[in-house]
Design a protein around this ligand. Structure first.
Ligand code: CO8
Length: 258
């Protein structure tokens, strides 16, 4: 399928999905969401893809949902649009492969909400983050009201949502929103280095770890510990577990196939 607003490339088990709508600073319109859906579906099914990196072309990661497209929509149309994005974002959040948001510039509104669905957020020094919806008279509609407080805490999330102010990379790092910040020149290589570390670990173990984390996110520790027990037990006897243990005992690096 020909994609209009997404570029993809694959190297050494790492798929890079680049938002490519420069005329609107990669704003998310329905077509871009469809392209993203198609690219993610391909990457999810491709056994050669072990890690997915999302980034943006130019000075934006994603400048938000497309304000032109949302303008004049009626309530029910907006509900459909919000559900479409939210369902796709949730699918990405629960993909059985690791995802990295490599935030290269503006991550505003739906752009920040998208990044919140990725497993790790890395940023360059030019990255900035905001949920400016209140300044547009709307509510973050791709579930930022739900995810941001869980990541940075209620008070900081409310301050960001009430003011809509732009948070620069260093502050985002201090808040725990971003995992690491890199200089412009080191950014690409460091993102790949992080992705390579994930790609060299056991893909089957990572998928089970992710399932345990997702399934346990909203339950008590007592319920969560049994969820974890199930996934941990499932690893034993798998090809990767045997290879991982054997490699350790033979003092060599493991070679995982799955
Ligand atoms: N939607 C549509 N077009 C956009 C968007 C956007 N979010 N962002 C930028 N553009 C367009 C601009 O209109 C401009 O187009 P044109 O050249 O035709 O005038 C082009 O991109 C370049 O933008 P600027 O000239 O403004 O570039 P600057 O470098 O001066 O400014 C900014 C960059 C600061 C990013 C600025 O463009 C901006 O403030 N953009 C809007 C940011 C924003 O408010 N984002 C949140 C949108 S709301 C949202 O995301 C809700 C998500 C949930 C929705 C769920 C359904 C309810």
């Amino acid at each position: 399928m020909e994609l209009k607003y997404i570029l993809t490339s694959k190297e050494n088990g790492i798929e890079t999905i680049t938002f490519h709508r420069p005329e609107a600073l990669n704003a998310l319109n329905s077509e871009l969401l469809d392209d993203l859906d198609a690219a993610v579906s391909d990457a999810a099914l491709d056994p050669d893809v072990r890690v997915i990196v999302f980034t943006g072309e130019g000075k934006a990661f994603i400048s938000g949902a497309d304000i032109n497209e949302m303008n004049n929509k009626k309530n029910l149309e907006i509900i459909d649009y919000s559900r479409k994005g939210a369902a796709l974002f949730r699918r990405i959040e629960t993909l059985p492969k690791p995802t990295i948001a490599a935030v290269n510039g503006y991550a505003f509104g739906g752009g920040l909400e998208f990044a919140l669905c990725c497993d790790v957020i890395l940023a360059n020094e030019k990255a900035s983050f905001a949920l400016p919806e209140a300044t547009l008279g709307i509510v973050p509609g791709f579930n930022g009201t739900q995810r941001l407080p869980k990541i940075i805490g209620l008070s900081k999330a409310k301050e960001m949502m009430f003011t809509g102010r732009r948070v620069k990379a260093d502050e985002a790092l201090a808040m725990g929103l971003v995992f690491k910040v890199f200089s412009l020149e080191d950014f690409q290589a460091e993102v790949i280095r992080e992705a390579e570390m994930m790609a060299s670990a056991s893909a089957s173990a990572i998928s089970l770890i992710k399932s345990a984390v997702c399934a346990g996110a909203d339950v008590s520790v007592d319920v969560g510990k049994d969820i974890e027990l199930g996934y941990m037990t499932a690893c034993f006897g798998t090809e990767d577990q045997i290879e991982g243990f054997t490699a350790f005992l033979e003092k060599r690096k493991p070679v995982f196939r799955r």
